[in-house]
Design a protein around this ligand. Structure first.
Ligand SMILES: CC(C)(COP(=O)(O)OP(=O)(O)OC[C@H]1O[C@@H](n2cnc3c(N)ncnc32)[C@H](O)[C@@H]1OP(=O)(O)O)[C@@H](O)C(=O)NCCC(=O)NCCS
Length: 155
């Protein structure tokens, strides 16, 4: 049976933060500290969801919603589960949530060098609308700003 028919998408619990930090660390990624994530779990505007396969977390996604605008802050998939449609599954779910909350536009930023993520977003019809030069403080890499309009729909 395909992995995609056995995935679960649900809100992250506080006791799952260590697991998502391990998933980041195995790829030398660190987006927010454990404490910051735990604080954000109490927020009414920031949301963390995990993707589970056979009861184990294999990825997570974080987004915020302010009025009718969503910002996707991070999408991370466990190393061994990449290229199996897990990020696609999570984005599909997040876009469904966005529509249910009457979000009109989704924004995100991605490193210029992050081709896998750019391909992922372009597959969902996100458009590269702007560039923030020298945006990332660790290596002064440019940030590409992507946007997806949900309403009014792009032709
Ligand atoms: C980017 C990332 C989230 C993609 O997750 P994934 O589950 O492997 O993605 P999917 O299997 O759903 O792939 C969807 C599309 O993304 C693109 N893609 C994914 N991995 C890719 C790669 N290594 N090279 C090029 N394109 C890639 C492809 O267009 C793919 O569509 P296809 O399968 O039809 O070719 C994953 O590589 C990751 O966790 N990267 C590290 C964290 C990160 O950079 N997150 C984004 C910024 S926060």
């Amino acid at each position: 049976m395909s992995i995609k028919t056995n995935l679960v998408f649900e809100k992250m619990q506080k006791n799952e933060v260590d697991t998502i930090k391990n998933i980041e660390e195995e790829q030398n990624i660190s987006i927010l500290s454990k404490e910051s994530i735990k604080n954000e779990l109490n927020s009414t505007t920031s949301f963390y969801y995990v993707c589970k396969y056979q009861n184990k977390i294999i990825g997570y996604i974080n987004f915020s919603i302010i009025v009718d605008t969503m910002e996707i802050n991070s999408v991370v998939v466990k190393k061994d589960f990449k290229k199996k449609g897990i990020a696609t599954y999570m984005l599909d779910n997040v876009i469904t949530i966005a529509k249910s909350k009457n979000v009109k536009q989704i924004f995100l930023e991605v490193r210029k060098s992050n081709i896998p993520a750019q391909n992922l977003y372009e597959k969902f019809n996100f458009i590269h609308i702007n560039t923030r030069n020298n945006y990332y403080s660790n290596n002064l890499e440019d940030a590409y700003i992507y946007s997806l309009k949900l309403y009014p729909k792009c032709k």
